[in-house]
Ligand binder design. Structure first.
Ligand code: AMP
Length: 283
């Protein structure tokens, strides 16, 4: 596996692969890789001749009050994981490689970005869309892999690809969890022992809501209220939001009709964690 820091080196290698008719998969990440990321890389390796994993803590998706500086990093461990999983390139550029001093072009989506995480993190998805667009241009992948854990991000990327005619197939991958249910996240490392225990309210609420929907509860409001109540019973947890939205448009829904995303963001201490489930109404 090559560890590559420059855009030019990625481009040169990808061009050579394409000349040989090889397919290319891309897995965009912010590093500090865990089994959730690995599941994306495994799928990409199974479905493409060559896989590029990007490892870049993207400054434009963090607001000044957020955790850009403290975001966990471990490039050596990431390289080991990627190599073992069969990636061909680990692309880990410096911020100055991705954003020159003259940088001033952003991809700014409306609508889908305004609910859920977009409400609390108003510039977040502009940064995500911008960096993912740049990665698509740099790597020119046939397929790109994103986790359902960041459900709003996945919906936004799919919409962006459609709107801007990127020639790439977006592949969504299921949420990977710890044995006790907590969704794997690089940010879980911020949690102390008591917070780690308290963080279980997220997945407990997800499983509870999912079960209610599967058992025939048709009111999204009732499901959301029950989930909220469960989280509020945990003193270390503070809800940012628990909401049900149309899985494609990200607009609030009150009934469990069609495909519904029930998503949450919850602070455990200062750490903001997210989780969700998707409900598909039986036809
Ligand atoms: P991040 O490094 O947090 O930006 O995540 C990079 C990619 O990995 C995103 O597409 C995430 O949705 C995905 N991902 C992160 N955690 C998980 C998880 N627990 N299960 C599945 N995918 C995940």
């Amino acid at each position: 596996m090559q560890i590559v820091k420059t855009i030019e080196a990625v481009r040169t290698q990808v061009k050579a692969w394409k000349k040989q008719g090889l397919s290319v998969g891309l897995v965009p990440t912010m590093g500090f890789l865990h089994e959730g990321h690995k599941s994306l890389i495994d799928k990409a390796v199974a479905e493409n001749d060559k896989v590029v994993v990007s490892d870049f803590v993207n400054p434009t998706q963090f607001a000044p009050n957020e955790d850009l500086e403290s975001y966990p990093r471990d490039l050596e461990q990431d390289a080991r994981l990627c190599e073992q999983a069969g990636a061909a390139i680990l692309f880990c550029p410096e911020p100055s490689e991705m954003y020159t001093d003259r940088f001033c072009t952003f991809v700014d989506m409306q609508g889908l970005t305004e609910e859920l995480c977009g409400k609390t993190r108003p510039i977040h998805f502009r940064g995500v869309c911008t960096v993912v667009s740049k990665l698509f241009h740099i790597v020119q992948p046939d397929r790109a892999y994103f986790g359902q854990k960041d459900a709003q991000q996945l919906a936004i990327i799919k919409q962006m690809v459609e709107d801007l005619n990127f020639d790439v197939q977006i592949v969504g991958c299921p949420i990977i969890r710890e044995a006790d249910g907590l969704a794997k996240s690089s940010r879980n490392t911020y949690l102390d022992t008591a917070q780690r225990q308290a963080a279980l309210v997220l997945s407990q609420a997800v499983f509870m809501g999912q079960k209610m929907a599967e058992n025939g509860e048709t009111s999204a409001d009732v499901i959301v209220a029950k989930m909220q109540k469960h989280i509020e019973e945990e003193p270390l947890a503070k809800i940012d939001y628990v909401k049900a939205v149309d899985a494609k448009t990200m607009q609030i829904v009150h009934e469990m009709k069609g495909t519904v995303l029930v998503a949450m963001a919850v602070y455990i201490g200062k750490t903001r964690l997210i989780d969700n489930f998707i409900y598909e109404e039986a036809k």
